[in-house]
Write a protein that binds this ligand. Sequence first.
Ligand SMILES: Cc1cc2nc3c(=O)[nH]c(=O)nc-3n(C[C@H](O)[C@H](O)[C@H](O)COP(=O)(O)OP(=O)(O)OC[C@H]3O[C@@H](n4cnc5c(N)ncnc54)[C@H](O)[C@@H]3O)c2cc1C
Length: 236
Amino acid sequence: MEMAVSMHSSVPLQRAVEIYDEADIVVVGGGPAGTAAAISGARCGKKVVLLEHSGQLGGMGTLGNVSVFMGVGNVTGIYREMVSEVLPDYLPQSHEGSIWPQYSPFELRHYLNTKLEREGVKVYYHTSFVAAAMEGDSVTGVIANTRQGLKAFLGRTVLDCTGDARVAQDAGVPIRTGRSEDGLTQPMTLMFMMQNTGKPVKPYLPEDCYYYETVDELPPRPPFVLGAQRQWNAPR
Ligand SMILES: Cc1cc2nc3c(=O)[nH]c(=O)nc-3n(C[C@H](O)[C@H](O)[C@H](O)COP(=O)(O)OP(=O)(O)OC[C@H]3O[C@@H](n4cnc5c(N)ncnc54)[C@H](O)[C@@H]3O)c2cc1C
């Protein structure tokens, strides 16, 4: 069957989208930049919502398995606070030295989840920026794709922490990427994990993480989960 070839290079899209939430600050992207910005905003007494495309915080630091913070001196601000809470052994005595804290991406994402909850930041996971809502030249919010379809999140301030300047691009801000002569960016680092190395395996869970030795220890669940529990217990 022959495919019909469109004569157009774009299609118009115009529709009304339900306003799902409103805040003083809408942060788009929950990587290192977005999480720190959200914490700062909340500490200024602002209502902050953070929209994250994936199901976890930390950006490349967790999603990309990056498991060492690149060496920086002058360890201050929220970065210092986080290191002191998760990796206190790495805290430098002075601002002169540079630190290279190694961490587990699994622990970091759990820590960030609980940290932002404690700070009062409302995080929407699986919520991907689609378009900037504009009034004239001003960004007044964003349209995002959620598990319930397109929704609008309005904010007095919108912070673009997508790592790709997605909001800025959509709002018409001129951007450039890579080095000026050819646009190339830094080559990627390869991160990997190994299993079955012949050494004994030890469970590696964050301290305050739920942990159940047996199925009987599981908390009461809705019937469909109990069904799965019965199946689990059934002789195999
Ligand atoms: C392969 C690689 C290796 C690296 N190695 C190291 C290292 O060893 N040590 C080190 O310190 N640094 C390393 N870096 C750099 C470091 O990861 C970045 O500097 C840092 O992650 C940038 O933080 P960010 O918050 O700006 O962006 P990101 O970490 O990219 O976070 C962006 C966040 O925005 C979300 N997002 C993107 N688009 C949307 C959207 N449309 N809607 C909603 N959310 C969206 C993403 O899911 C992500 O959570 C590495 C980077 C890469 C790519």
